[in-house]
Write a protein that binds this ligand. Structure first.
Ligand code: GDP
Ligand code: MG
Length: 179
């Protein structure tokens, strides 16, 4: 008999401005699908993915989607409660959504932290990389991510399935390191 597997329940928040691709990223990661139009549901929605991380570890990943509440630019403390990681998404083709990244990061840092008081790991995703020339986008995003204290930054495309798995894995790795 092997040793029992540990099961880690992770609540992960996905935030960012309206239309940047949050729902698309979640759908791609959890169901491996992409659609041009997701209904903008009002309220909070979440998707669950069971990840067999390694031989000893199963991760039950809950991805929380702030469907329809982006226009406020922040979320309630209740929504953030007990989150152990987060994803801030921007659209590489829309500069205003990149400028909002610092606001979303501040909102997270001011409303949620780990039980030991440390900030939760947060990754930055520059989405829709299929629509922009990549060179400068990558280096600008990395610089922004470092300045603002993100654990990692990745350019992604939910549409073309670029870097989605890799990005979420980098976050899970940080979460497990804190467990
Ligand atoms: P949300 O408001 O942040 O949840 O954004 P959605 O996931 O609803 O996406 C908004 C629009 O952008 C939809 O029409 C998506 O099909 C489109 N979209 C999302 N991700 C990508 C992507 O990686 N590339 C392209 N070209 N379009 C995308
Ligand atoms: Mg959405």
């Amino acid at each position: 008999m092997g040793s029992p597997q540990r099961e880690i329940l992770c609540k992960v928040l996905v935030v960012g401005d309206l239309g940047v691709g949050k729902t698309s990223i979640i759908q791609r990661y959890v169901h491996n699908v992409f659609s041009q139009c997701y209904r903008a549901t009002i309220g909070v929605d979440f998707a669950l993915k069971i990840v067999n991380w390694d031989l000893d570890t199963v991760v039950r990943l809950q991805l929380w989607d702030i469907a329809g509440q982006e226009r406020f630019g922040h979320m309630t403390r209740l929504y953030y409660r007990e989150a152990v990681g987060a994803v801030v998404v921007c659209d590489l083709g829309r500069v205003a959504t990149v400028e909002s990244v610092s606001r979303w990061k501040e909102d997270l840092d001011s409303k949620v932290c780990l039980q030991n008081g440390n900030p939760i790991p947060v990754i930055l995703l520059g989405n829709k990389c299929d629509q922009v020339p990549l060179g400068t986008s990558v280096s600008n995003l990395e610089q922004l991510g470092q300045e603002l204290g993100f654990s990692y930054s990745h350019v992604t495309s939910a549409k073309e399935n670029v870097n989605i798995d890799m990005a979420i894995s980098s976050l899970i790795k940080e979460i497990i390191a804190n467990d």
